[in-house]
Design a protein around this ligand. Sequence first.
Ligand code: ADP
Length: 580
Amino acid sequence: MTTPAKLSAWIPEAVLIISLVLTVGITYYVRSSADMKDQLRFDDAIARTQLNVINKIDIYLSLLKSTAAMFTTYDVTHDEFHDFVERVDLGESYIGMQGLGYSQKIDSQDKESALDSIRSQKLDDFSINPDYPRAEYHTIVYLEPEDKRNKVALGFDMFTDPVRRTAMEKARDAGKPAASGKVTLVQEVDSQKQAGFLIYVPVYASVALPATVEERRKMLKGFVYSPFRTDDLLTRIIANESDHGLYYDIYDGLSVNSKSRIYSSRPSNHEAPLNSDSRFRRTKTMNIAGRPWTMVFTTSNSFDTNSERGFIPYILSGGITISFILFTIIRAQQQARAAAERSAAERKRLEKQKDEFIGIASHELKTPLTSIKAYYQVLFKRFVNRKDTETTKLLSKTNTQIDKLTNLISDLLDVTKIEAGKLQFHKVNFDMHDLIEEIIEDFQAINGRHSIVYDNGANDPIPAELIADRERIGQVITNFISNAIKYSPHNDKIIVSLTQDGTSIVVSVKDYGLGIPKDKQTKVFDRFFRVGGPKKETYPGLGLGLYISADIIKRHGGKIWVKSTEGKGSVFSFKIPRGK
Ligand code: ADP
């Protein structure tokens, strides 16, 4: 008993530790799965954005290349180009593309004739800007649509600007589209200037691409080109993605610094930190028409808000709370059970002690009482012989008391035997009629006042033979009748009846005495139970008789019960099988 108790003493702590460990485990799991999902979310957005940018640039490149093809095959006039661009409709599908233009290469010796031919196409005041003598001029001759911004650019020699020139030379020598580095476009006439860049596609005097760099330089006619405003361009491409809580910072070239930055998706007051404290940061390099762009992706607060990481504090605090509640409940239950076990054990111990005491005491009392009874019998005979009637009367009274004491002690001994499971029966064949009649006779010999009537069903006598312990059954009937007498002080009629119920015999003792309250009726068969009340002391007894009777009847395979009305009387009955 001590071992499991000691083992279970660990349960609350064990449950606490296990549930805390579980909480930490779950938290850790949720955290790492949230991190994994966030990483995927981040990677996904980056991949999508890169793809969007490249796809969009490809569309622009196709337009530039086909326009260049047109200029290669014939000399496009100003009006034709105007119509062409109008048909292409740069407005909607080419957002960010500031315009589509043609820059013509003019060798210094051809300058005047070239200018004349340009001016003849409704461009009377056309001039090259800046205009200082040099071997080779490049001048923007067409730039559509002809809006306020683009008109400013006409005539400008982009070859005079180092950034543009680098791209132009690269396109010319490679025979491929080339993007410039970061510039401020000539068209930026407003105060709010955006960063920009240009893409050039070379146009040669031959349809086939000249084979060598030398030939390409010689045969260059000009460039089809487009200026781009990066904010207009990239905001459109990236706008759909900014909902995902990412910031995009795009730099021209390979170095990341504020001078090379051409675009930032951050709010304008939000300076891009070079060493961001964002949870995720990734740098990617992209090739935009031969020019490297560095894109830096970082996460914003709204990215973290959408992360499942937000659950962690709740899981952690919830888990800890539940762990402690469990711990408290289990410990309280355990303590309650331990207390109950202790008190049950204590009660058992006391009960056993009491039974032992009763056993020993009654045994010790019985021996001297037997001697007293023997001496009494000798004395009684002597005084009868001497015809001393006065003394014999006194001695008879003494005998009644001795018998009462003997009965009491034998009741106590019986209880001890019942408790120890040692009450034994000697079953014999006997007739219940005879037994009842004998007992009634004995009672009438000593009790004058009550009249005990035996209703033996004389008109239709029932067979009353049975096999049982005659003495013990007699003890039950005696107990019933003596109780009937004891608890009916004001009414002297007692009826004993014998009936049958199938193969069983039923004996009942009816009185017209005090009766028993309803709620006490089943308890009268309990050990030491006595119905309380103001006159309890008037009726001596230990509350053992019915307890012993019930045990005797039950162990004969029978049933014992009472029907009673308080103030009117009681009927105590038992039923036992006749036996084989
Ligand atoms: P005792 O009579 O020695 O107290 P019993 O076990 O014989 O013990 O009876 C238990 C209790 O049942 C009695 O104390 C009494 O209160 C109640 N009782 C028994 N028989 C009767 C009866 N015939 N009428 C009223 N009360 C009874």
